[in-house]
Design a protein around this ligand. Structure first.
Ligand code: NDP
Length: 256
């Protein structure tokens, strides 16, 4: 047993969607625990700011322009990370989008886009990092689902379906790669204040107070509230945790 079960010194993590929101919150936690980071997003402007912030923890950060739905782009993400740091120990499949509409009005393209980013991309990324993790004899995959993975969400059927799918994919990964000493787990965030939920609040201004009223913690979560869960699932502290779903929602989903 190491002296600090949560120490990530010498470990290399890729965080998709790490330039903002929950991804950046988790990246801060991983960097603070000693990990070296690659963040992978489409928007290089945000990435420059996130890179500068994360480098204050003391390690150089690779900010990659990546579209996680594109197999070639993801292959480049893996090659660039291995080229810069020589290993990949941790993959956080965090990049996600939401396009809400009533089911009867939802465009097929909007259904498909959400499934592509939230559910198919984690499959693409996991497949791409597998050879490096298998060769190293260890790995941690963390998939960001949502409390909506297990709740009815009539106005966001594409999103809830993608998150239910990623939860089940996590369990499939956990069984498939356990023998390679790769643990795969999911985090189910509740309502977290980010650009994604800011957009939802612009459409439904009453959402802000409604959520505070429904969350036992009586507040929205912040991206940094996810940092501890990410460090736990990325570290030796979770070596016998595999296929789990860790809810981080201030008690929202156990509310009667
Ligand atoms: P944000 O909108 O703040 O951030 C989403 C991130 O994903 C951005 O960095 C964005 O970067 C990136 N991204 C989107 N599409 C792609 C793509 N095709 N390729 C690469 N990167 C992409 O959202 P959150 O931080 O709120 O969400 C992060 C994750 O947490 C998502 O999976 C979301 O579903 C999940 N979640 C969020 C909750 C919340 O309340 N906020 C609750 C439960 C789960 P760029 O645009 O530069 O590509």
């Amino acid at each position: 047993m190491t002296s600090n079960l949560f120490d990530l010194t010498g470990r290399v993590a890729i965080v998709t969607g790490g330039n903002t929101g929950i991804g950046l919150g988790m990246a801060r936690g991983l960097a603070n625990a000693g990990a070296t980071l690659a963040i992978a997003d489409r928007n290089s402007d945000n990435a420059a700011q996130a890179k500068a912030e994360l480098e204050k923890f003391g390690h150089s950060v690779l900010a990659l322009t990546t579209d996680v739905t594109d197999t070639k782009s993801v292959a480049q993400m893996v090659v660039a990370t291995l080229g810069a740091f020589g290993r990949i120990d941790i993959l956080v499949n965090n990049a996600g989008i939401s396009i809400s509409a009533p089911i009867e009005e939802m465009a097929l393209a909007d259904w498909q886009k959400v499934i592509d980013v939230n559910m198919t991309a984690p499959f693409i990324c996991a497949q791409a990092v597998y050879p490096a993790m298998k060769a190293a004899g260890r790995g941690k995959i963390i998939n960001i689902a949502s409390v909506l993975a297990t709740l009815g969400a009539g106005g966001a059927a594409n999103y809830a379906s993608s998150k239910g799918g990623i939860l089940q994919f996590t369990r499939a990964l956990a069984t498939a790669w356990a023998a390679d000493n790769i643990q795969s787990n999911a985090i189910l965030p509740g309502w977290i204040d980010t650009d994604l939920t800011k957009r939802a609040k612009e459409i439904r201004p009453e959402l802000h107070d409604r959520i505070i009223g429904r969350v036992p913690a009586q507040r929205w979560g912040t991206p940094n509230d996810l940092a501890g869960a990410a460090v736990f699932l990325a570290s030796a502290a979770s070596d016998f945790v595999n296929g789990a779903a860790l809810t981080v929602d201030g008690g929202f989903s156990i509310q009667g």
